[in-house]
Design a protein around this ligand. Structure first.
Ligand code: DOR
Ligand code: ZN
Length: 346
């Protein structure tokens, strides 16, 4: 088998770049390999209006190393007060690519998210009409629901009713973690897709909890049992265009992760492509990697694939740093637990 791989320049359809000193530290890590990324709006305060998204985009551009060829695709954070007019104008002008729905309390900086889904009904209808994609963090926040069941219950209680009530709404289920979500995407009609992260293809809940608690494997949605991980791997490597890469690379300073109440998030941006190549090779699906990283997402978002290619070459184990330094402190890289052999050539 060939030891080189040529891929259209990839896109990351779910990325946390943060702001300030952290942004400056992590933006180059994505810009090195990716041509575009969909930027999550869960800053403090969140990116709610078009004006805020424009200002955030400018800060991202300013944080990129000189000569970077990287386009941040912006999103707006949906609140119960969001204005359909503002959203449609921002999408119409090309400023934003999507709107992100966080159920209030579901994850990092989601307090301003949606509590009562009826309150966003009109906005969702306007988005359906104008074909503005809705990216969904699909977990219920009901304290009665076990954390491992929150994605499956969300589909039944929230997502499916919203999609039925809003025909034509284009939805991306973000960072799916269960076979329930994979099955839902496969059986739903057009207009539904899902991102899959790198880390959820690697870890199950045993990695998180057996032999000691591993805070750097803690993310949301939390990793599930092995049968779910296998369903994600099958979906990602199947060639089904409804599944594509959204790394959910989510940096936190190491002391915020290794804490009595550690933050959720795995930082995978620097070595995501090496990890994915290893996984796709193990599944006998290297020929489908490009669809997952570079074609399927672009098709869903109705943008052309990137021009240009990257080359990956297989060789001796790739050295990657345990952490990178940022102005906000060191950030630990996700440890896949196996050697990586594929490197992106400069
Ligand atoms: O693990 C996660 N980290 N999941 C999310 O949904 C948010 C993210 C973050 O912003 O840290
Ligand atoms: Zn995320």
């Amino acid at each position: 088998m060939s030891d080189t791989l040529s891929l259209r320049r990839p896109d990351d359809w779910h990325l946390h770049l943060r702001d300030g000193a952290m942004l400056a530290g992590v933006a180059p890590e994505s810009a090195r390999h990716f041509a575009r990324a969909l930027i999550m709006p869960n800053l403090v305060p969140p990116v709610v209006t078009a004006a805020e998204a424009g200002a955030y985009r400018d800060r991202i551009m300013a944080a990129l190393p000189a000569g970077s060829d990287f386009t941040p695709l912006m999103t707006l954070y949906l609140t119960e007060e969001s204005s359909a007019e503002d959203i449609l104008a921002a999408h119409g002008s090309g400023l934003i690519a999507a709107v992100k729905l966080y159920p209030a309390g579901a994850t990092t900086n989601s307090a301003s998210g949606v509590r009562d889904f009826d309150k966003v009904r009109e906005v969702l209808e306007a988005m359906a009409e104008a074909a503005v994609p809705l990216c969904v963090h699909g977990e219920v926040t009901d304290p009665e629901i076990d954390i491992f069941d929150r994605e499956a219950v969300f589909i039944e209680r929230v997502l499916d009713p919203i999609r039925r009530a809003t025909p034509g709404l284009r939805v991306v289920m973000e960072h799916v973690t269960t076979s329930d979500a994979v099955d839902y995407v496969k059986t739903a009609g057009a207009g539904l897709a899902a991102t899959i992260t790198t880390h959820h293809l690697v870890i199950n809940r045993n990695h998180l909890l057996v032999g000691g608690m591993r805070p750097h494997y803690y993310c949301l949605p939390v990793a599930k049992r092995e049968s779910h991980r296998l369903a994600l791997r099958a979906a990602a490597t199947s060639g089904d265009a409804r599944f594509f890469l959204g790394t959910d690379s989510a940096p936190h300073p190491v002391d915020a992760k290794e804490s009595a109440c550690g933050c959720a998030g795995c930082f995978t941006a620097p070595h995501t492509l090496s990890i994915l190549a290893e996984i796709f090779e193990a599944e006998g699906a290297l020929d489908r990697l490009e669809g997952f990283t570079s074609l399927n997402g672009a098709a869903f978002y109705r943008v052309a694939p990137n021009r240009g290619h990257i080359t990956m070459r297989k060789g001796d184990p790739v050295a990657w740093p345990a952490r990178i330094e940022t102005g906000d402190g060191p950030v630990t890289l996700f440890d896949p637990g196996f050697d990586l052999h594929w490197r992106v050539e400069a």
